[in-house]
Design a binder for this molecule. Structure first.
Ligand code: WTA
Length: 646
């Protein structure tokens, strides 16, 4: 099965690639057998250090500790901006493409430098110092990148909250990391619709006494409420700020950012990344995985609110002095041709997106693609979820005209950068496989007993040794880090994903083995959605599972048990959906709600999710053993009344 579809490395690409097949093999071996030598050389090659490190790496997977380039000093904003000025100050750094196709902007490295220095000074004026936390709740506009880099410049830790999250979710995140400044905009614009970011921030900040400044970028000029005690117009503050700001020298292990992500249980965790190792792996993967060549226009369609936007819109590309395209809109606005029109308009060479976007566009028909040229495209990429062979094929043949290799990159918020991925000039492709490990990454598959699977086989995907951009801690709760990632299989980092390895050593991700679901590439804990649903006074219990969804990859399927005496109704369904939107955001809307008079539980009261997943997926003939259930008849009722019979 694995080898039916092998796409060899294109000779045209290999001819000029940064890494060829032989180089990959030699360097990968070296990265595993002599990690210190390998990474020291790469750290010199990719980054500019104010002071060299004392020790390349140190880690302890029992305690969940990792330190890279300890004793070294560098500043991320200096690495992403200042050091490029002499050679490429007048080169474009950011191409901004607005939601409206007539709106765009090009910003050079020199201009980015000026904006970031000014904003860094604004932050200082507002009392922000090294180690302080700043929340960024922004649309996809260049100011979002300036905000990130300005934090890095003064040594503040940014925590970006995706603009699609609700005020409630924003409040939780501001409180958890105790942010004192929030940077936002009056409104965001996506697909012709406005998103009331400032109003959302107002609701959140009303419950966050620790916030002393809300800096507001004027994006639309829409009406906003104003609280003189902490609201400040970005442009007013910038007009008064000096463009002179020396970067704060940071230790390699000083925190760079916190990014909240969902797990199996509880509220989202603040994943903490640090400075040196993170930037190195982000830069190195950006250059090698996309085979980025000087002067090329590179476009990652993610939002900066997700880790992909952090590593592959801002930090990786800018550390490499690349031209990075930032898109405010959505792939289907004004039409499903938008992405390809943008590719032609800006001569994009590298295009990186999520399978869910590919499936959505595929459903709109080929003409939207074929009416454009796309002749500048050289490399394609995907991230976020397994890509089904049909979507891969369409992406390869229709979008890439069978000319552009697809980099299927597997990684996580916690890994900070690519972990399993092809390299364009080195690794032959198999549709649906993230192929082989990146340099320095030691993936293993663990069986039910926690033993390493040798050769071809299947198991839980874990990582055996530290990599530079590894998560360092869960903000404020290191024990949670150890419990979540380092205790299931002692001595290993456990990813939460299952995977298969074929005879060629290629990895095939089979999806999460925990209660995390992946909806349109957005990662969500089923427990978070359940917590929102049970807030409704008529709900007694809620169980949420993922189920296969044609476009989203996974949809949200919620089983709801009502309080005694309450009646199901369509009205109530609407209220429950609204509750999820309020508590989390529109991305958490259940696709299906099924009324469940009872849930399948073991005699000890544990909900058997395996059964709920099967019913949601309409795989009712394969329920497996139900004899351990306290009341097996509840299953029959759920099957009879299932919503997905297609
Ligand atoms: C999934 C996104 C299959 C996986 C960068 C992982 C993938 C989770 C792939 C992390 C891929 C990511 N193939 N599955 N190429 N990339 N995933 O933290 O389940 O938002 O654990 O990071 O997405 O999601 P996160």
């Amino acid at each position: 099965m694995a080898d039916t579809n092998l796409y060899p490395v294109s000779e045209a690409i290999a001819a000029s690639a940064h890494i060829t097949k032989d180089e990959y093999e030699t360097l990968y071996q070296e990265s595993i057998s002599s990690p210190e030598t390998f990474w020291a050389a790469k750290a010199e090659e990719f980054l500019t250090w104010d002071k060299k490190w004392d020790k390349v790496r140190e880690f302890d997977f029992v305690k969940g500790e990792a330190r890279w380039f300890d004793g070294g000093k560098l500043n991320v904003s200096a690495n992403c901006i200042d050091r490029h000025l002499a050679e490429r100050g007048d080169q474009v750094a950011i191409i901004w493409e607005g939601d409206d196709p007539s709106d765009d902007l090009k910003v050079t490295y020199k201009e980015v430098h000026e904006q970031v220095c000014k904003l860094a000074n604004v932050l200082k004026t507002r009392g922000v110092k090294k180690g302080d936390r700043v929340c960024i709740y922004m649309p996809m506009i260049p100011e979002a990148a300036y905000a990130m880099l300005a934090c890095a410049r003064v040594g503040a830790i940014h925590s970006i909250v995706f603009g699609g999250f609700s005020p409630e979710a924003l409040k939780d995140r501001i409180q958890d990391s105790d942010c004192q400044v929030v940077i936002t905009a009056d409104e965001g614009v996506r697909g012709g619709r406005k998103i009331p970011l400032k109003a959302n921030a107002d609701t959140a900040v009303a419950q966050c006494p620790g916030v002393s400044t809300v800096l507001v970028v004027k994006r639309t000029g829409g009406d906003v409420a104003w609280d003189e005690s902490h609201d400040v117009w970005y442009h007013d503050a910038m007009a008064e700020a000096s463009a002179d700001c020396a970067p704060e020298p940071m230790d390699a292990e000083d925190p760079l950012f916190i990014l909240y992500t969902s797990g199996s249980t509880g509220k989202p965790k603040g994943v903490l990344h640090t400075t040196g190792g993170y930037l190195l792996q982000a830069a190195m993967t950006h250059k090698y995985v996309f085979d980025y060549q000087d002067g090329e226009v590179y476009w990652c369609t993610a939002d900066v609110g997700w880790v992909t936007g952090h590593s592959y819109i801002v930090y990786g590309p800018m550390a490499n002095g690349a031209i990075t395209l930032m898109f405010e809109g959505v792939p289907t606005y004004p039409t499903a041709a938008r992405c390809w029109e943008v590719v032609d308009k800006h001569d994009v060479s590298i295009f990186y997106t999520a399978p869910t976007a590919i499936r959505a566009l595929m459903g709109q028909g080929d003409e939207f693609v074929t009416q454009t040229s796309r002749k500048t495209l050289r490399i394609l990429g995907t991230v976020g979820e397994p890509i089904n062979p049909e979507a891969w094929d369409w992406y390869y043949k229709v979008v890439g005209d069978s000319r552009c290799p697809i980099m299927d990159t597997w990684w996580q918020t916690e890994t900070g950068a690519h972990m399993l991925t092809p390299l364009p000039g080195a690794i032959a492709l198999k549709p649906g496989s993230a192929t082989l490990p990146f340099f320095g990454v030691e993936p293993v598959l663990l069986d039910g007993d926690g033993k390493e699977v040798v050769g071809a086989g299947e198991g839980s995907l874990a990582i055996k040794s530290s990599w530079p951009s590894q998560i360092r801690t869960v903000f404020g709760d290191h024990n949670r880090l150890v419990q979540t990632y380092f205790s299931t299989y002692p001595g290993y980092y456990f990813t939460g994903d299952g995977a298969r390895r074929d005879e060629d050593g290629y990895f095939w991700i089979t999806g999460r083995v925990d209660d995390v679901i992946n909806v349109s590439g957005h990662r969500m804990g089923t427990a978070e959605v359940e917590s929102a649903l049970v807030l409704h006074e008529k709900v007694s219990e809620a169980a949420v599972v993922g189920y296969p969804h044609d476009i989203k990859g996974q949809g949200i399927y919620a089983y709801i048990t009502l309080m005694v005496g309450e009646e199901p109704s369509d009205e109530l369904k609407k209220e429950l959906v609204a509750l999820c939107v309020k508590e989390i955001g529109p991305i958490a809307k259940p696709d299906v709600i099924q009324w469940a008079p009872g849930l399948p539980k073991t005699r000890s009261g544990k909900i058997m999710r395996r059964i709920l997943r099967k019913i949601a997926a309409n795989e009712v003939d394969a329920l497996g053993d139900t004899s351990t259930l306290a009341d097996p008849t509840v299953v029959d009722d759920l099957i009879d009344n299932r919503e997905n019979k297609g």
